[in-house]
Design a protein around this ligand. Structure first.
Ligand SMILES: NC(=O)c1ccc[n+]([C@@H]2O[C@H](COP(=O)([O-])OP(=O)(O)OC[C@H]3O[C@@H](n4cnc5c(N)ncnc54)[C@H](OP(=O)(O)O)[C@@H]3O)[C@@H](O)[C@H]2O)c1
Length: 304
């Protein structure tokens, strides 16, 4: 794709920062919509929006090649009614605001790449969930369904829609891996609960290339699982992490300890206990060139 303007709503965070840098490296003009715009020295321009209402940000979408929406309050918090309300509202309002904006501009982006999550499937136990797998019934699955439904309802006839159901993203500086690494270095890197729950991980570098593929490849339409091809159980994940960090065996953390530890850390134990064994069936079918297929390889790269 020749140099184009790409707008990333909610692009100031973990995934957005990596994606923005890759798009700038490819020569694109990148606009990030954020609630607190800063002046940056990395070629990315931040523009203020509130994630909900129309504003001066709308003209940046006119003639943009692509819109990416990563907006959403982090789910890594205690799932109190108030936090859940914000988790839902930030996702639904941003999609609705962007849809309303696209209806106002003369030349809407040709593609809208929308973040969703493998949480859509709920607890899949050890069943493999490809993109045709049914939706789950827990709170996060319900939120993902609502999130995807507002995108489906967006009336943007000239814009191709791609939804990425993102798994557990592994990055060096942000996301959950630095926290897990710190615990593991302190000899607290045992399996969580019975350790049999699956974890559908993806290296941040591969995820960024999935967004690039979704933007550039006009044949990609609809929903894609954004995970590596080889999910592992929690016990396997922690074993590989200990190996990557050169730490010995650590005792497993029983469920009550996980619940207490999560509470102390202001998080939610269910995030570590749910089993999600997802397959990137559609990316595999397009021949997506995964750089990190095996967890050991990804962790060596990130923890080395
Ligand atoms: N990281 C993962 O492992 C993972 C896994 C599955 C799905 N996802 C999804 O992928 C998307 C991006 O993830 P990420 O890890 O990059 O998240 P992140 O670092 O938390 O970034 C999300 C962005 O959303 C904006 N935001 C947060 N709360 C908001 C609110 N109440 N109203 C409006 N905007 C708000 C923030 O932008 P400003 O503060 O600058 O406005 C923030 O930079 C999210 O939707 C997330 O659910 C991530």
């Amino acid at each position: 794709m020749s140099a184009k303007r790409i707008v990333i709503a909610g692009g100031s965070g973990f995934i957005g920062t990596a994606l923005a840098h890759e798009l700038v490296r490819r020569g694109h003009e990148v606009i990030v919509l954020t609630r607190r715009a800063r002046r940056r020295g990395d070629g990315v321009r931040e523009v203020v929006w509130d994630g909900e209402h129309a504003g001066d940000w709308i003209p940046f979408l006119d003639g943009a090649a692509a819109l990416v929406n990563l907006t959403g309050r982090s789910i890594n918090c205690r799932h109190t009614p108030e936090n859940l309300r914000e988790i839902i509202a930030s996702r639904l309002h941003s999609v609705n605001a962007l849809a309303a904006a696209l209806a106002l501009v003369k030349t809407p982006p040709r593609v809208w790449v929308q973040a969703s999550a493998t949480g859509y499937y709920g607890d899949t136990n050890d069943q493999v969930a490809d993109e045709t797998f049914s939706a789950g019934g827990d709170t996060l699955a319900d939120i993902c369904q609502q999130w995807e439904a507002v995108l489906a309802a967006a009336n943007v006839p000239t814009t191709r829609k791609v939804t990425l159901r993102i798994g557990f993203v592994l990055g060096r500086e942000s996301g959950a891996l630095p926290v897990l690494s710190k615990l593991t270095k302190c000899f607290l890197g045992g399996a969580v609960g019975n350790g049999r729950q699956y974890l559908s991980w993806i290296h941040l570098a591969d995820l960024v290339q999935m967004f690039v593929a979704a933007i550039e490849n006009e044949k990609l339409v609809g929903t894609f699982n954004a995970v590596a091809p080889n999910p592992v159980t929690n016990a396997e994940f922690m074993r590989e992490l200990r190996r990557a960090l050169d730490r010995p065996w650590s005792p497993p953390a029983p469920v009550f300890a996980v619940k207490f530890g999560s509470w102390l850390m202001g998080s939610e134990a269910s995030l570590a206990l749910v089993s999600q064994r997802c397959a990137p069936q559609r990316f595999l079918a397009t021949g997506f060139p995964f750089q990190f297929v095996e967890l050991a390889q990804a962790l060596r790269n990130l923890c080395g």
